[in-house]
Each structure stands twice: as structure tokens, then as C-alpha cells.
Write a new protein. Structure first.
Length: 101
């Protein structure tokens, strides 16, 4: 019964970080998923894979795991690197590659 604590990354469909500020405790799968032969759906006997607990801070998630006696692994989030961009850069005269459609 191991769990992992992480902060989810933003989805590709959003530009902001609205739903990625909380920390999540999620159990690791104990058994492999299998394909149901008739319909082709995947299923699992592991009911803990459905549990996903959200916390406001990393420390709250770690404290909860320790209090409940859950072995956990902590994954730190990657820092987001932003490139400053401006529309005027498309029309610079010192571009290395020509800008075309």
C-alpha cells in the first residue's frame, strides 16, 4: 500500500495554472489492469486506484500519509520556464530564419 504525493501539471488545454496548485495523494496500483474480452474495456480489482485526495500544501499531504501509516514517495514539481515573446519579434530584421506562413 504505497502512495505518491505530487503536484499535477497544467493540462495542455489551459494556459494558466488554475487547477494545478493543490497537492495530490494517489495510491500506486497494486495489480495490473486487464482487458475485458467482450467490450475491450480495461478493468482492475484494485479499488484504491480510485482514491485521489487533494491537499492545499505539500506538508499537509505528508502529515496525512505519516498519520495514516502510508508509505509514500514525494515528487517535486518542475519549475515552469517561460520565454518572453512579443509580436514585434516576427518582424525583426536580424532574424536567423525567414518568417513565412
Amino acid at each position: 500500500m504505497a502512495a505518491r504525493i505530487y503536484r499535477p501539471a497544467k493540462t495542455a488545454m489551459q494556459s494558466g495554472e488554475g487547477r494545478s496548485k493543490s497537492w495530490v495523494l494517489e495510491y500506486e496500483p497494486e495489480s495490473a489492469r486487464r482487458i475485458e474480452p467482450l467490450m475491450g474495456w480495461t478493468s482492475s480489482d484494485d479499488q484504491k486506484s480510485q482514491i485521489r485526495i487533494k491537499f492545499a500544501t505539500r506538508q499537509e499531504a505528508v502529515d496525512y500519509a505519516r498519520k495514516q501509516g502510508i508509505a509514500y514517495s514525494l515528487t517535486e514539481p518542475h519549475a515552469r520556464r517561460r520565454k518572453p515573446k512579443a509580436y514585434a519579434d516576427n518582424f525583426r530584421t536580424d532574424r536567423t530564419k525567414p518568417w513565412t506562413h
